[in-house]
Ligand binder design. Structure first.
Ligand SMILES: Nc1nc2c(c(=O)[nH]1)N[C@H]1C(S)=C(S)[C@@H](COP(=O)(O)O)O[C@H]1N2
Ligand SMILES: [Mo]
Length: 370
């Protein structure tokens, strides 16, 4: 049976990308919109079932190195001043691993190919500054980190060990006190959907997705660095052998760009096409996006690079008249305001897990005569 290319789907749907039904990718069509609709925004859960929280009895606990421990209801939180902005985030495991580009397709890479760049999204979030809540509690001078506790727990999804672990992550105090680190209760104008952390999630603007703890029930101010399972055993990669630091931990989103138009499998014609895509770099602005139609031999600036809104990606467009029918390898490459640019190769091949991939991605398209 022939499988229709992804571009021919009539109703885009979330794409399951692992057997445990814990991760669903945003479909390529939904990445063409500036705002990814809630029902198509990727889902990354460590356990199949989301915790179901009764908003009437919900309490957010704030304790640890604080003068006044708090227990806040949903209504208490809603009464605080509201912050609203767009933010793009991606999972550390977004984008295909390089084997997909360089070797014959292996079984493990089929999943990679299907998920594409869809373990990411952009949405408008609304909530309250974590800073306001921490100030209400009074952070002691002994504090150095803030730990966030989700309501979800269970055995580790990969090896089943530990047999019982809670989804918990921490932030350095400086990022926790940044006014744009928010406790979000709204996503695209709707109450936070169940899959995205109802009733409350942390939203760490400009940082990788795993930091934004969903189903948030506890905020614990610590006088030490938190060494929980999801800080020290997951979401880090091995550094190049010889580096004095053995591991790399992911915080700010690295500079990266993708092509969203055409979608994979779409056939173009020699009559011309408006290429489009997105570029982002966590807290930094995107300075430029370049595009190549010949596999990286020659580059030009894209016609239009739109400014971002808040912490959103920057969208770009570029008009292209293919000179002849054939197969072309397109690439886009973003540079941020600090001058950081995407590497041409996968940045940490010695780790072998495909995390933190912000390379320039080749994208093959077929052009036919009009
Ligand atoms: N409580 C909790 N928070 C969580 C997770 C989780 O499994 N449990 N997954 C994290 C990961 S790895 C990512 S990439 C993002 C995904 O957010 P989303 O499902 O809303 O897209 O949530 C993060 N926060
Ligand atoms: Mo993630």
């Amino acid at each position: 049976m022939a499988i229709a290319p992804i571009g021919t789907q009539v109703e885009p749907q979330l794409i399951p990308t692992n057997a445990g039904l814990r991760t669903y990718a945003t479909p390529p069509q939904a990445l063409q919109e500036n705002i990814v609709p809630n029902d198509l925004f990727y889902v990354r859960n460590h356990w199949k079932d989301c915790p179901v929280i009764d908003v009437d009895t919900y309490r957010l606990k704030v304790d640890g190195e604080v003068e006044r421990p708090l227990s806040l209801s949903y209504e208490d939180l809603k009464r605080l001043p509201q912050k609203r902005f767009q933010a793009t985030f991606e999972c550390c495991g977004n984008s295909p691993v390089p084997e997909y580009y360089t070797k014959a397709l292996r079984i493990s890479s089929v999943m990679e190919q299907i998920k594409g760049h869809g373990i990411m999204g952009n949405a408008e979030w609304a909530g309250v500054s974590l800073k306001d809540v921490l100030e209400q509690a009074g952070v002691k001078s002994t504090a150095i980190e803030v730990m966030f506790e989700g309501a979800d727990h269970g055995p580790d999804e990969v090896v089943g060990d530990p047999a019982e672990v809670t989804y918990e992550r921490s932030l350095p105090l400086s990022k926790a006190l940044h006014p744009d680190t928010i406790l979000a209760y709204e996503m695209n104008g709707e109450p936070l959907p169940l899959n995205h952390g109802f009733p409350l999630r942390l939203l760490v603007a400009g940082w990788y997705g795993m930091n934004s703890v969903k189903w948030l029930v506890g905020i614990h101010v610590l006088d030490r660095k938190f060494d929980g399972f999801y800080m020290t055993q997951r979401y880090m990669t091995m550094n190049k052998p010889g580096n004095p630091e053995p591991y790399r931990y992911y915080t700010k989103l690295q500079v990266k760009s993708i092509i969203t138009n055409p979608v994979p499998g779409e056939i173009l014609s020699t009559s011309g096409y408006t290429l489009a895509g997105a570029a982002w770099s966590g807290e930094e602005d995107i300075e430029k996006v370049e595009i190549s139609m010949d596999g990286g031999q020659t580059w030009s600036l894209v016609d239009t690079l739109h400014p971002r809104s808040g912490y959103s990606w920057s969208r770009w467009e570029h008009r292209w008249h293919p000179p002849a029918a054939g197969t072309y390898t397109l690439m886009c490459r973003a540079t941020n305001a600090k001058g950081e640019t995407q590497p041409m190769e996968f940045p940490n091949p010695w780790d072998g897990r495909g995390y933190g991939n912000n390379m320039v991605f080749p994208f093959d398209v077929v052009v036919r005569n009009q």
